[in-house]
Design a protein around this ligand. Structure first.
Ligand code: DGJ
Length: 729
């Protein structure tokens, strides 16, 4: 059991393989945060919580103890209105209009395993022995609001998952205004805040800054996790870096609007709060009703950011992703989007697929444009019926032609959307998110279907189901190309309108659960204009995500590096595209494009038929090489070696779990005259082991490669790269 309750001390000790998290019941009723960090012995967990004795100008609930204030108590789940002026974790409005609560500990439960979250994605266990769960029950006696705080220790990953459920045990309505998944009061604020910021085609760029007094944080108000901010942040102790120092990671398993904030208070302690964005959110709890928050996954690493990332990678790869592709190597694919956009016919598709087969590619993906009258992006979303003008013999025939080439067939959908110019919209103009009497603002000429309504989700699921049943399709790209405006549902009463965005996510998760369960042989890849919904929520249903619409190899160095902070390489779609690149108009060599794309789930997104014989030969070699290393790329341990946000280079290595093989990548961005000599130290190898480098045939000691490093050969020209494979001898 990794959770111990010391009744004499009123202390809960949550202990993973390498970390401890300690909660102390102050005055028997306030669950307070006493410690989180390196593992400590269980018999020494008392007196960790320094009673600060600071209450100047802070209210004191107990006359006999004027030094006690909730305002300086590091609370596990702070409420609002009784003396803590910092960010609350939750807030409700009671039937009498007031918003004050004070929830107190009533009882707890400790058990092995981890319960499922009703209707929400979450980390899971395969055996109860992998995790233990602590449930703290709190009650606001005045209102009858019960709050269950749930903590699961995922032993092997030094992770604690947290979520909260609320139950209205009163006879009157209670409205949730704020319901965060986790709140952690760190006992000082000498940390750097790191998060992933970006925009369409420039996702997940790493940002790092010192915490300073006041509020700082990130959020999405877009109705999806967004390109703009990823639902993740980390606190880094002073001096912590890639492979050293203490790092605390916070990641939210949710795909909608979120908030992740850090408040540095008057005593210079830092409160981290993460969960559903309270902005434009409320949820009515009628008597007897409950509400479940999404899950936050918190990871502690004493081995820097790299240690944190490897824990997230393994956990999200093996205990968040599901289905038969979780542990299966992924096919090399060719996608026709950047090759043809909307302009294709069956012959063209067959030619690309046939060229792909000759080069060793395993899966052809037909992207946007195959349905309705979809010759551009102004029309037909919602009409999921094959376009007989482009594919006169139908989809089934095309799939047959591609499969006859011995290639698998994949298909693009954008199920959550509706074009105003569609039969579906003409039949059901109220099926989109909208507010009666207001403009319906379009994004990419489309509106969003109201997935908060079960009948809408069911109708869409049926259309997708019909297509998937009509032919042997083994891959689906599930796209979503705009953010929410005029968030309102025709099916909800006025007092529930602010539930729409979250109900949408619940409805979407329901449909995704259904379809991914019904079609277990289909590999699903999520996408939102590239990486606009690259979050753990999506990975629960779909083990891959299209990382970015920016397919330029140099841009991808930063995007993939940033993405790797949290997400495993097995989740990153990475394709070689044409030059000049369609997003940044840059020319890079096929080799460099190959190396960047071989750092994820490899594929091509260009017209293979346009390649010269020489280029085809190079592609053939790339595909062959990737097939040799893909088990490593997709399931190995990832180490970042050079940070493209800090200079002119990027480097990383992937090492098999048993350290018997590795692959090392180095990228140099701009060339310099008389360039400096570069030695690159690698990581993760067995220092006692000897490794043969497949590329140069030399035998190197693991210790030599990690301590002295490898000299990077001279390079000429911009955007150069190298890749080496090592095999233990
Ligand atoms: C956005 C995606 O990110 C692209 O890869 C492509 O599928 C287009 N949508 C198609 O409209």
């Amino acid at each position: 059991m990794s959770i111990h309750f010391h009744e004499d001390l009123g202390v809960f000790h949550l202990q993973s393989d390498r970390s401890s998290y300690v909660i102390e019941l102050v005055r028997g009723v306030y669950p307070a945060h006493a410690y989180w960090g390196r593992r400590i012995r269980d018999n020494r967990v008392g007196n960790l919580l320094e009673r600060r004795g600071r209450a100047s100008f802070s209210p004191t609930p107990f006359r006999e103890d004027a030094s006690f204030s909730l305002d300086s108590l590091p609370q596990e789940y702070p409420g609002y209105g009784s003396g803590d002026f910092r960010q609350p974790a939750y807030q409700v409005q009671l039937a009498n209009g007031t918003t004050v609560t004070e929830a107190e500990y009533v009882r707890h439960r400790i058990y092995s395993g981890k319960p499922k979250l009703e209707g929400l994605p979450a980390v899971y266990t395969e055996q109860d022995a992998e995790a233990d769960t602590l449930e703290l029950e709190l009650l606001d006696r005045v209102s009858g609001l019960t709050i269950y705080l749930s903590y699961t220790v995922m032993n092997a990953f030094d992770a604690i998952t947290r979520s909260v459920s609320f139950r209205n045990d009163s006879k009157e309505n209670i409205t949730l205004l704020r319901a965060m998944s986790a709140s952690v009061d760190m006992n000082h604020s000498r940390y750097d805040l790191l998060h992933l910021h970006g925009a369409w085609a420039r996702e997940r760029h790493v940002q790092r800054r010192k915490l300073s007094p006041g509020m700082q944080g990130i959020e999405s108000r877009r109705g999806s996790s967004s390109h703009n901010h990823n639902p993740f942040l980390a606190l880094l102790s002073e001096g912590a870096g890639e492979e050293h120092g203490e790092v605390y990671g916070f990641s939210l398993v949710y795909s909608g609007s979120f908030s992740a904030q850090v408040e540095v208070d008057q005593y210079e302690t830092a409160r981290v709060t993460m969960g559903l964005n309270p902005f434009d959110f409320s949820w009515l709890l009628e008597p007897g009703q409950s509400f479940q928050t999404p899950e936050a996954v918190m990871v502690f690493s004493a081995e820097g950011l790299g240690g944190m990332s490897r824990r997230y990678h393994k956990m999200y790869r093996t205990r968040l992703s599901r289905g038969q592709f979780r542990d299966a190597t992924r096919p090399v694919l060719v996608n026709n989007w950047e090759a043809t956009y909307f302009n294709f016919n069956a012959d063209k598709i067959e030619q690309i697929a046939s060229a792909g087969r000759d080069l060793g590619i395993e899966l052809f993906v037909l992207d946007d444009g195959w349905f309705g009258k979809r010759n551009d992006d102004t029309t037909s979303l919602g009409d999921w019926v094959v376009d007989k003008n482009k594919l006169p013999e139908g989809l089934e025939d095309l799939v047959k032609r591609v499969r006859n080439l011995d290639m698998q067939f994949g298909l693009w959908f954008e199920p959550e959307m509706i074009s105003p110019d569609s039969d579906l919209y003409r039949q059901h103009p109220d099926w989109c998110l909208h507010v009666e009497g207001r403009r319906r603002t379009e994004g990419r000429q489309q509106l969003i279907l109201d997935f908060s309504r079960e009948e809408v989700g069911d109708a869409v699921a049926n259309m997708v189901r019909t297509i998937l049943q009509s032919a042997p399709i083994t891959y689906v790209k599930w796209d979503m190309n705009r953010n929410m405006t005029e968030i309102g549902s025709a099916a909800l009463p006025p007092e529930r309108q602010r539930e729409t965005a979250h109900r949408y996510m619940l409805g979407l998760y329901r449909v995704m659960e259904q379809l991914t369960t019904e079609f277990p042989h289909i590999l699903f890849e999520s996408c939102s204009g590239g990486g606009g919904r690259y979050d753990p929520g999506m990975l629960y249903y779909m083990p891959q995500t299209w990382t970015s619409d920016n397919s330029d190899a140099v841009s991808r160095l930063k995007i993939q590096y940033g993405t790797s902070l949290v997400y495993p390489l097995s989740s990153m779609g990475a394709h070689v595209s044409a030059v000049p690149n369609h997003q940044v108009f840059r020319n890079t060599s096929l080799r460099t494009r190959g190396h960047a794309a071989m750092s994820g789930n490899f594929g091509y997104e260009l017209d293979l038929t346009a390649f010269s014989e020489q280029e085809k030969e190079e592609v053939r070699e790339q595909v062959k090489l990737y097939k040799e290393i893909r088990h490593l790329v997709q399931f190995g341990d990832f180490y970042r070696l050079r940070n493209p946000f800090e200079g002119n280079e990027a480097a990383w290595t992937i090492v098999s779990e048993d350290r018997s093989e590795a692959v090392l990548y180095y990228f140099r961005i701009l060339s310099e005259a008389n360039e400096p000599i570069v030695w690159l130290r690698t990581a993760g190898l067995d220092p006692e082991g000897d490794y043969r480098c497949v590329e140069d045939g030399n035998i190197y000691g693991g210790d030599r490669l990690m301590n002295a490093g490898l000299a990077i050969p001279a390079m000429h020209g911009d955007f150069q790269s190298f890749m080496w494979r090592f095999e233990r001898v």
